[in-house]
Design a protein around this ligand. Structure first.
Ligand SMILES: Nc1nc2c(ncn2[C@@H]2O[C@H](COP(=O)(O)OP(=O)(O)OP(=O)(O)O)[C@@H](O)[C@H]2O)c(=O)[nH]1
Ligand SMILES: [Mg+2]
Length: 233
């Protein structure tokens, strides 16, 4: 299966929402607690090992890092079928330029990050979620071995309240047996409230588990129509 997210390139790292690329096209944000494996997941999904910086030390990503996917603006509609796999954004929207981005958000909840900085990111992430019109969905990344933490719950609540779609990657599945991983996934799905627009899967950046499924989920998020996503945001 070809990779619909290949060709991603670093655009910029922002300290504030206002420094992000122009708010058009479609983007999907990667969120989760510090050290959950967000940057590693981005690298696995784009098939570009060194794209996002990863680290054993929590708190590595201290900016909002924006990556662009190749613009497919010149794909003739007659070849759309052929291009479907490589065309993350729905053409039906009729935007002349299909700008598509992935955003690596700073990890949340790392105690050693100074309080002031944590507060800064709490505010900026909140602002990002509420204001970013091109945001089509969130990939929430959580360690499969641990129950969801406060930040994860807040993110799901936000998605629930605003109708923003969310795809949960239960990552580091290589640390569990297949059976344990399947059980953790089933328990997680059960805990979702009715009406939450969320999907979940088992994932491992290191073992490559669930990579194709996750790529398809990201593409599905990028194709979300703009309406319906942020009516209430
Ligand atoms: N075993 C295993 N380790 C992983 C996996 N994904 C990430 N890691 C490790 O977990 C640590 C954190 O990974 P990162 O991708 O940097 O995590 P992050 O969520 O981006 O962290 P911050 O930027 O600090 O918020 C690194 O040591 C990774 O090698 C995985 O699927 N399996
Ligand atoms: Mg990171």
């Amino acid at each position: 299966m070809s990779n619909p997210l290949q060709g991603a390139q670093f655009v910029l790292a922002a300290h504030r929402v206002s420094q992000l690329p122009a708010d058009r096209g479609a983007e999907v944000a990667f969120a989760g607690r510090s050290n959950a494996g967000k940057s590693s997941a981005l690298n696995a999904l784009t098939g570009h090992k060194g794209l996002a910086r990863t680290s054993k030390t929590p708190g590595r990503t201290q900016q909002m890092v924006s990556f662009s996917l190749p613009p497919y603006k010149d794909v003739p509609v007659s070849r759309a079928q052929d291009a479907q796999e490589r065309l993350p954004l729905a053409q039906a929207e009729g935007e002349p330029s299909l700008e598509v981005r992935l955003v690596d958000l700073p990890g949340y909840g790392y105690a050693k990050v100074p309080q002031e900085l944590r507060e800064h990111w709490r505010q900026e992430i909140d602002r990002y979620l509420h204001q970013r019109r091109s945001l089509r969905g969130v990939v929430l990344i959580a360690d499969i071995r641990h129950p969801l933490k406060e930040f994860d719950r807040m993110m799901l609540d936000f998605c629930f309240a605003t109708g923003l779609p969310c795809h949960l990657l239960l990552t580091k599945a290589d640390k569990l047996s297949r059976n344990q991983a399947a059980q953790a996934l089933a328990a997680m799905r059960k805990s979702f409230p009715d009406g939450l627009h969320a999907t979940a899967q088992v994932f491992s950046s290191t073992a490559g588990t669930g990579v194709d499924e996750a790529r398809a989920a990201v593409v599905a998020l990028l194709r979300q129509p703009r309406e319906g996503v942020h009516q209430d945001r």
